[in-house]
Design a binder for this molecule. Structure first.
Ligand SMILES: C[S@@+](CC[C@H](N)C(=O)[O-])C[C@H]1O[C@@H](n2cnc3c(N)ncnc32)[C@H](O)[C@@H]1O
Length: 483
């Protein structure tokens, strides 16, 4: 059971922990403390979101500290980040980092401090550091940013005095400028909610997942590895701890080394999630099956609709018959984004203001991780007469990938003006407000989402949501709302 729903393996030497965790969960859920009641509870339990949530707070291991395991941090600081910065400096200055299994926050804060130390013009960069964990109590501590001495066992005095201030009870609090670089969020890695725009888990440059998968079953490690692969841009890197390195599990990645560190890099091959769950298939089909290289130099094609006629069309493509919108959508659903881009350009050279084609073009660029082109075409799309709330939402998701919540919010407001019932716009507004600690605004938008979902059955797929069911979106709202 724990393997399926939480990913974890419980070898014989940890069975006592499992028993303790289950008993504590039963107690918290109000199950009477008698063997019969507990056996009855265990045989009938469905492991809904609330039950899993409680179980995870009792079973997860919260061992972590700042600047843990130098080899992995060196890979990040001396190899991976300099490479990306060199490539994007002066062009599209953004970085997307996901720290999965972030525990009480020491690891993502360490990454933020490293970036602050190494990028002199950091304010000119849009930096996303998403930090997720399954244990909401850990996340609450992470959000408070207050730590005791033990968390600093590998931290130099210089760094400590530069980025922390003394707090009550011999504790230290992380400075605001570092704190605000991180977005904490609840996410179960054994769940199929990633990669997805809704959980902001797509198009990452680096995924850090250290000392988490060592507790997972081999089957779950393989599934998580595939999903991480899909959550990364081409050439993106996965950094695990040394003990978790295992090429067998990470066979979709190229194994690389730097100094004493070994890490995984997403290579050109496409991966499929080997899971029969239809939801997983839908999610992977719509947004994550990337086939193209976002860091490859895609030729800029136009800046304004008026210039559409001058798009340089691929010669081979221009000889092919024009696709209809339905065929174009099928191509998109198959994840053939490069081809989609070519066909969209061809179609747009005939009908420059075709909103549907523009929509597919923006989504294709976004799914290729080419956010600059996605943004540029998104703006063109919004300048068209037929642009709807969907188009505003689409561009807002692209802006969120570049960590531009204020701009995303203003687009969402414009979209909601056109269609006050646009469910996904309310969802994203609620997520942005949660992240900015504006709980009243978040509550209002999430309330709208729940109301709009009432016209769906639990298992209905919500349009535009990358294959998520109404029931699933309710669960995400509940978890965001209670953080
Ligand atoms: C030992 S800590 C590692 C923290 C940090 N990454 C580090 O290396 O210092 C393991 C973390 O993984 C989290 N975790 C365990 N299972 C998880 C799951 N299924 N989904 C998300 N997080 C999980 C735990 O809650 C815990 O915070």
């Amino acid at each position: 059971m724990t393997a399926r729903v939480l990913g974890w393996d419980f070898p014989p030497n940890r069975v006592n922990d499992l028993e303790r965790g289950l008993l504590a969960t039963a107690k918290e859920l109000g199950v009477p403390d008698t063997p019969d009641a507990i056996i009855n509870w265990l045989s009938n339990i469905s492991w809904n979101a609330k039950e899993l949530d409680i179980l995870s707070t009792h079973l997860t291991i919260g061992e972590t500290y700042f600047f843990r395991e130098k080899p992995g941090l060196d890979v990040f600081q001396k190899q991976v980040i300099p490479e990306i910065i060199k490539e994007r400096r002066g062009k599209d200055q953004y970085l997307r980092i996901w720290c999965a299994g972030c525990c009480t926050g020491e690891e993502p804060y360490t990454l933020a401090i490293i970036l602050k130390e190494m990028i002199p013009d950091i304010n000119n960069w849009k930096i996303t550091i998403l930090a997720t964990d399954i244990n909401r109590n850990f996340l609450k501590k992470a959000q408070s940013g207050v730590y005791g001495q033990w968390s600093f066992r590998e931290t130099s005095q210089d760094i400590k005095s530069k980025y922390f201030t003394m707090a009550a009870g011999r504790n230290w609090e992380i400075n605001q400028e570092i704190k605000k670089m991180i977005t904490f969020s609840l996410l179960n890695l054994a769940d199929d909610l990633y990669p997805s725009a809704l959980t902001n888990t797509q198009n990452h440059d680096v995924v850090f997942c250290r000392n988490v998968l060592m507790y997972f079953t081999p089957e779950q490690i393989k599934l998580v590895a595939k999903r991480f692969n899909q959550s990364l841009v081409e050439n993106g890197c996965l950094i695990t701890s040394v003990v978790e390195l295992n090429d067998h599990y990470f066979s979709d990645f190229a194994t690389c080394s730097f100094g004493e560190g070994i890490y995984y890099r997403k290579s050109g091959r496409r991966t499929e999630v080997g899971n029969s769950d239809p939801l997983t298939k839908l999610v992977s089909k719509s947004r994550s099956a990337k086939t193209a290289s976002p860091r490859s130099k895609t030729k800029p094609v136009a800046t304004l609709p008026a210039r559409l006629a001058t798009i340089p069309i691929d010669a081979a493509l221009s000889k092919k018959p024009l696709l209809g919108t339905l065929e174009l959508k099928k191509l998109f659903e198959k994840g053939q984004y490069h081809q989609c881009v070519g066909h969209c350009q061809l179609l747009l050279s005939n009908t420059p203001s075709d909103v549907e084609v523009l929509n597919i073009l923006v989504k294709s660029y976004a799914n290729m991780g080419n956010l600059a082109e996605a943004k540029r075409w998104g703006e063109i799309l919004l300048s068209m007469d037929g642009a709807k709330a969907d188009s505003y939402y689409l561009l807002a998701t692209v802006l969120m990938e570049e960590n531009m919540p204020a701009k995303a919010e203003s687009l969402l407001k414009r979209g909601l003006y056109l269609n006050p019932h646009h469910l996904l716009s309310h969802f994203l507004m609620g997520s942005i407000a949660t992240r900015e600690n504006k709980s009243k605004i978040a509550a209002k938008h999430f309330q709208n989402v729940i109301e709009l979902l009432s016209s769906f059955h639990e298992n209905d797929i919500v349009p535009g949501s990358e294959g998520l069911t109404a029931g699933r979106i309710k669960e995400i709202v509940a978890s965001l709302h209670s953080l």
